[in-house]
Structure formats: structure tokens, C-alpha cells
Design a protein around this ligand. Structure first.
Ligand code: AMP
Ligand code: FE
Ligand code: FE
Ligand code: ZN
Length: 278
């Protein structure tokens, strides 16, 4: 008998997905998901609403967040689950990170202007729900709408990617800082999509920097990567998570529900939180 499935890595309009919380829940329901993890970049603004309306969809919301860190000059994403998303210190830090996202968006637009590409900040912010959780995906979408690029990958390839001429770094935490921020708010820090890095020395280093879990299953992980990460989860005694990293219709395609992990993994997370309480 199945206990149901979860997709633990889903974005909403609160950050850089094109889907509202309602659309996420509607889709989760139609995929038959038991639980969905809302993991927006640097914000928990979608969670209160999601938790409030989830019962009418019969889907459980796992509160989450996705933070950006840096190690050895590489961008590392850290997921947090089950934090008290109303924790003031936690919220203050997220506010600070989003403020710096806004400043960075302005710098990216200045760099584009230096390349004779006119893009208005307003046209970017119009694609965000709350202005400040602005990211490169919003800028890429605005560039597409303005006819500057044909599609989102082109915007990253030509301008916004790490080696692109309009790239500006975000404010990064260290992996340990990100992990502690999540832990101090009562949550579980999980290294997101390690396979994207494809550098196992670095992956092992980050896994030992305060992580309590590892995202083994992800849209961009091959079956070989999944096997390697499973071994690392067991080596470092880490919880296993997984999710689609869906961004709605605005990235390339809709991934929600394409990565389904057994609900037992969610139960393992809940059990580990209970142990910590004791
Ligand atoms: P930011 O957090 O503002 O640096 O934006 C990073 C986000 O942009 C990621 O979470 C992805 O959603 C998206 N992204 C990064 N690289 C690409 C790419 N090559 N093509 C499409 N989306 C991308
Ligand atoms: Fe994103
Ligand atoms: Fe990510
Ligand atoms: Zn993500």
C-alpha cells in the first residue's frame, strides 16, 4: 500500500515562478501529490497563504525556503524545511537578502545599459509579486518580453549567466551560515541539487558544513548522480529529500510532479525534528 508521494522543491510567484500558490496547489492535487514543499528563494511570503488554503485541495504544505551560498567561488543552494517561518530573526535576514536582490537587479540593468540594452526596472518588477524578491529569471523574462532575446536560456547564455557581461553576484551566505540560519529557526538544512555542481570534493565539503539532509532526487540529476548522492547521504547520516524545482511556465517547461518521492522521506524529516526537541 502506498503512503503517497511528495514534491519537496517548488517555487511560487513569491519568488521566481510564474505560478501562484493556488496554481501550485491545483497542479499538485491533479498530480495526486500528498505533500508539496514550497521553497521560494529568500522568501517565505507564499507560505501563510499556502498553509491556509491547502486543506481545500487535500494537499499538505511543507514550509520551506531556498537560500544562496558560496563556497570555493561556486554558487551553492541550501534548502530549509519546517522552520518557524514567522521567526523574527529569520525573517529579518530574509528581508536583508531580498533588499540586496533589489540593489543587484538595478546593477544588472546598469550593466545592460552599458551594452546598449535598454531595459526598464519597472518592466522587471512588474513580473514580480512583491518587488524585492527579484531575480535573474524575472530579468530574463522581461528581456524576452521586450524582444531583446528569443528565449530564457538565451538571456542567461548571452548576458545573465555567471560568465555573461551583465552578471552581478548576489549577496551570498556561507553554507554554514545558511545552515545555522535555518537551524536557529527550528528547520532542517538540506543541500539543494548537488549534482548541478558535479564536483564531489566540493559536494562533500558542503555536506559537512551543518547540513542535515541532501536533495538526492532532482530534475537535473541523472540516475548515476542519484546513486552517488544516496551513498553520501548514508556516509554522512543525512536525510534524503527530492523535488522538481518547478518554476511554473516561465523557465522552459512545467516540472511540478515530475519528481515524486515517497512520503516516508517526509516522515523521516518529522521524526528527526522530534528527536531534536527531546
Ligand atoms: P538568481 O537567484 O537571481 O541568481 O537567479 C537564479 C535563478 O535563475 C535560478 O533559480 C533559476 O531559476 C534561474 N536560472 C539560472 N540559470 C538559468 C538558465 N541557464 N536558464 C534558465 N534559468 C536559469
Ligand atoms: Fe529560481
Ligand atoms: Fe536552486
Ligand atoms: Zn529552486
Amino acid at each position: 500500500m502506498t503512503n503517497g508521494y511528495a514534491d519537496l522543491h517548488v517555487h511560487t510567484k513569491a519568488s521566481d515562478s510564474t505560478f501562484s500558490v493556488e496554481q501550485v496547489l491545483e497542479l499538485a492535487k491533479s498530480c495526486g501529490l500528498r505533500a508539496v514543499g514550497i521553497t521560494d528563494h529568500d522568501t517565505v511570503d507564499g507560505i501563510a497563504k499556502a498553509v491556509e488554503i491547502a486543506p481545500s485541495y487535500g494537499v499538505e504544505i511543507i514550509p520551506g525556503v531556498e537560500l544562496s551560498a558560496e563556497e570555493n567561488n561556486c554558487e551553492i543552494h541550501i534548502l530549509g524545511y519546517f522552520m518557524d517561518w514567522k521567526n523574527p530573526a529569520f525573517k529579518n535576514k530574509l528581508d536583508e537578502l531580498r533588499h540586496s536582490r533589489m540593489e543587484r537587479a538595478k546593477k544588472i540593468i546598469e550593466k545592460l545599459a552599458g551594452l546598449n540594452i535598454e531595459l526598464k526596472l519597472e518592466s522587471v518588477l512588474a513580473l514580480t509579486e512583491s518587488y524585492t524578491a527579484v531575480g535573474r529569471l524575472h530579468i530574463a523574462r522581461a528581456m524576452k518580453l521586450a524582444g531583446i532575446v528569443n528565449d530564457i536560456p538565451e538571456a542567461f547564455r548571452k548576458y545573465l549567466g555567471q560568465s555573461g557581461p551583465a552578471y552581478v553576484k548576489k549577496q551570498f551566505l556561507s553554507p554554514l551560515e545558511a545552515a545555522n540560519l535555518i537551524k536557529n529557526a527550528g528547520g532542517i538544512p538540506v543541500m539543494a541539487h548537488p549534482g548541478v555542481l558535479n564536483n564531489y570534493d566540493l559536494i562533500e565539503k558542503v555536506l559537512q558544513s551543518g547540513m542535515q539532509g541532501v536533495e538526492v532526487y532532482h530534475t537535473e540529476h541523472s540516475s548515476g548522480t542519484v546513486e552517488k548522492l544516496k551513498m553520501l547521504a548514508s556516509k554522512y547520516n543525512l536525510l534524503i529529500t527530492g523535488g522538481s524545482d518547478d518554476h511554473g511556465a516561465g523557465k522552459s517547461k512545467i516540472y511540478l510532479g515530475s519528481i515524486l518521492i515517497p512520503y516516508e522521506y517526509v516522515e523521516n524529516m518529522k521524526r528527526s525534528l522530534k528527536k531534536e526537541e527531546k
